[in-house]
Unconditional design. Structure first.
Length: 243
């Protein structure tokens, strides 16, 4: 898959990632303010080009997760661009809190930092983070250092990592889309009533999507509740689900 196609997939996933704010299991990807979107694509283009030269395979999932799979590797690496808190400041605050009952934070405290993060797609692994200045541009050294991190970690693994799978829709996806639609269209929409019913622990424990309705599986003896939707409302849900 060429680099332009990969970037196009990230752009398409960006439209769907608004749903992840309402998802119980959000995933990594490109999560930056609008002013940093184009510079982030420029960075990804450079990174993808460098990784392709090294023989890496690159996979973009439905929700916009980015996986880099080094040549002849059985472990993929997840790549993310977002803002992270200044970790060194967190360490100093933690040490200070051990000595005081409370502290007063001021607006002069360090702001979150634009960060490139990499993590092996394995159980129990941690993110390796590289702070960046989004306004200074990027060099080949960043791609080289990122690849070195992946190579070093690969050498320490004795077993293959987790498989990178195509996303299959599940109940959590449907619920997240309904909650997002409720927030988007407001209290007068059928999504609002659906969202409210789903959030009631006494009402539901699972949810199913049919061609014309949403069925909320209720606890006995209450039984199931079926909410019929118009075509445009079903289409709205389907727009965010993988075909």
């Amino acid at each position: 898959m060429n680099i332009q196609t990969l970037l196009s997939e990230i752009k398409q996933a960006k439209k769907r990632r608004v749903v992840l704010d309402y998802h119980c299991s959000p995933v990594s990807g490109v999560d930056v303010p609008i002013e940093d979107w184009q510079p982030s694509l420029v960075l990804l283009r450079s990174l993808f080009k460098a990784f392709k030269v090294k023989g890496c395979n690159i996979v973009i999932t439905w929700w916009g997760q980015i996986f880099i799979i080094p040549k002849n590797s059985h472990t993929a690496f997840e790549l993310a661009l977002n803002y992270q808190a200044a970790t060194e400041d967190i360490a100093s605050l933690d040490a200070l809190m051990r000595k005081k009952n409370f502290i007063k934070l001021r607006f002069s405290n360090p702001k979150p930092i634009y960060t490139l993060s990499i993590k092996a797609h394995r159980s129990g692994t941690k993110w390796y983070r590289t702070p960046l200045d989004i306004n200074k541009g990027f060099t080949d050294k960043l791609a080289a250092s990122s690849y070195e991190v992946m190579t070093a970690r690969l050498n320490s693994y004795q077993y293959p990592g987790l498989e990178v799978k195509n996303h299959v829709s599940d109940m959590d996806d449907i619920e997240a889309i309904i909650h997002y639609a409720a927030a988007k269209f407001g209290a007068n929409s059928p999504f609002y009533r659906l969202s409210k019913a789903i959030l009631s622990p006494l009402t539901s424990f699972s949810i199913e999507l049919t061609g014309t309705s949403v069925v909320i599986k209720g606890y006995y003896p209450r039984g199931d509740s079926e909410f019929y939707l118009k075509v445009k409302e079903i289409d709205f849900i389907m727009k965010y689900l993988p075909s």
